[in-house]
Structures are given as structure tokens and as C-alpha cells.
Design a protein around this ligand. Structure first.
Ligand SMILES: Cc1ncc(COP(=O)(O)O)c(C=O)c1O
Length: 271
């Protein structure tokens, strides 16, 4: 955890009351929150003797990039299945390529079906594939964020609110499992159709009975949809219009599509 006193003041909080959980510093291929889930899902796959990881996501998926990084670190093959047609190798797609990922473009097809076909092709070649779920979010992966919740409480026992981006839902599910529904605010990024059903379903799979209506989820930062940047994103990025603060009040560089939506919602809330 790292204090963010200038950002806190810029949005009207006491300087000691805002902390960042630096899960962007998780150490593998530019870091990010997905590592906490991959630690468990890939750990289970490796224990099963798997030699190829397959996963799905949007072309700029952080989860896909970190799955490729985990595979590279462990000496496994990796297949990433993305929707649509081949696009320019930039951002995470470029990193996927550098990490040695085999990218399959699914066109208009179902990502899950194309991933299953890729797994069949691997098996036909005598390989042992494992399909890591979208966003790394299942009960096994979300357990990583139950542990993160405990770390947060260990560092800040008095924590009132934990704000997270809500994509595939595993991050929020794990945090709610560890902290309770009252203390976690998820900011929906438009990655799933019904974020409340998604998070509640993951919690049920984790053995946590929580009324879906009790989950605190904001959907007002989705804008025109997943992967489409919003005006609030730009505001959260610069911070310069927030109560006269200078640009970039802290050095953290949040992910444009996910974390900055969470930041935008939070800036709205604190104004
Ligand atoms: C940087 C970042 N933060 C948070 C999230 C949300 O995580 P989850 O998919 O577990 O909801 C994502 C994924 O969408 C992400 O890439």
C-alpha cells in the first residue's frame, strides 16, 4: 500500500486517508491485477501437468498479456483468442507477440468455441492444454483477491472503502469475500453483460452466500462501452481540473480502460 496524499487533497480528502494498493507492481510484464488470479489458476494447471495455456479476451486484454507473460516465465506455450480480425500489433498486442503468444482471431465466432477448438488442435498434436477463464475469473482465481483483501486489512486495519475496477469480476468477488460487501465499491467497465450477476455468481462458487442486491456496483462510467475511452477517463488521467491540483498528482500510471474508469467514478464521487 502506498499513500497518495496529494491526490487525496486534490479530491477533498484528508492527505492520510487515501492509499493505493500497488497491484500494478506485480513484477511480470508490466504488472497488473491479473497476476493475483493467474497465480492460482496457472498454479492449478501446472499441478495438472499442463504444457499450454489458452485464454480469451479483448485484443488489448491485460489478462491475456499477463497469461502470455506467466507462460513465458514457466516455459509453457500460450494461445490467445481474440474477437474480430487481426489488428495492428500495438499496446498489449505487441507485448503478446514479444512474449511468444500464438494469437487466434475468432472473427464473429464465439470466443469460448474458438478456444475449445484451439484446445482440440493442441491435444491432436499431443499437447496438454488448459483453458484459463476470461479475465482469469473463476473461484480459483478470485481467491487471489481474497488474499489481497487480507493484505489490505493487515496494512490499513481501519480501511472503510476499497474501490476497484470491475471487468470480469474476480477482483471484486475476492475483495468482497475478504472484506464484506459494504466496504467494496466495484466500478463496472462494460466487460460483462450483468456485473452484479457475474460477481454474485463468482462469490457463490467461492462458497460465499451474499445477496446480489447488497453488492455496491456503479455502472455510470461505462460510457459507450468496453474499450471506448470516456471523458471521465481523460479527467482521471490529468487530474488537473480537480480543485486546482497540478497535473499527475501521483506517479501511479493506471490502465486506461479499467483503472482509470474506477478513478473517474471515484473523482466524481468525491466532488
Ligand atoms: C488493470 C485492471 N484493473 C482491474 C480490472 C478488473 O479486474 P476483473 O477482471 O477481475 O474484474 C482489470 C480487468 O478488466 C484490469 O485490467
Amino acid at each position: 500500500m502506498e499513500p497518495a496524499p496529494r491526490l487525496a487533497e486534490a479530491v477533498g480528502l484528508r492527505p492520510e486517508n487515501l492509499w493505493l494498493k500497488r497491484d500494478d507492481l506485480t513484477g511480470l510484464a508490466a504488472g497488473g491485477n491479473k497476476i493475483r488470479k493467474l497465480e492460482w489458476t496457472v498454479g492449478a494447471a501446472v499441478a495438472d501437468g499442463v504444457d499450454t495455456l489458452i485464454t480469451t479476451g479483448a485484443p488489448q486484454s491485460n489478462h491475456a498479456r499477463l497469461t502470455a507473460a506467466a507462460a513465458a516465465r514457466l516455459g509453457l506455450d500460450v494461445v490467445l483468442v481474440f474477437p474480430g480480425a487481426r489488428s495492428a500489433p500495438e499496446g498489449n498486442l505487441l507485448l503478446d507477440d514479444l512474449l511468444g503468444a500464438d494469437v487466434v482471431w475468432a472473427g464473429e465466432g464465439s470466443l469460448d468455441a474458438v478456444a475449445a477448438e484451439a484446445a482440440d488442435r493442441c491435444r491432436a498434436r499431443g499437447r496438454r492444454p488448459s483453458i484459463i477463464p476470461f479475465g482469469g475469473s473463476n473461484a480459483v482465481g478470485a481467491h487471489g483477491y481474497r488474499i489481497a483483501a487480507q493484505e489490505i486489512v493487515d496494512d490499513r486495519p481501519d480501511v472503510d472503502h476499497v474501490v476497484c475496477a470491475l471487468g470480469s469480476g474476480g477482483t471484486m468477488a475476492g475483495l468482497v469475500a475478504g472484506l464484506g460487501a459494504d466496504r467494496v465499491l466495484g466500478v463496472h467497465t462494460g466487460a460483462v453483460y450483468d456485473p452484479r450477476v457475474q460477481v454474485a455468481g463468482l462469490l457463490a462458487d467461492m462458497g460465499e452466500v451474499i445477496d446480489p442486491a447488497a453488492l455496491r456496483i456503479r455502472s455510470d462510467q461505462v460510457g459507450d462501452g468496453y474499450e471506448v475511452l470516456t471523458p471521465g477517463w481523460s479527467h482521471a488521467r490529468h487530474g488537473s481540473t480537480v480543485r486546482g491540483a497540478r497535473p499527475r498528482p501521483d506517479l501511479h500510471r493506471p490502465c486506461p480502460r479499467r483503472t482509470r474508469r474506477g478513478g473517474a467514478r471515484w473523482l466524481d464521487r468525491s466532488r
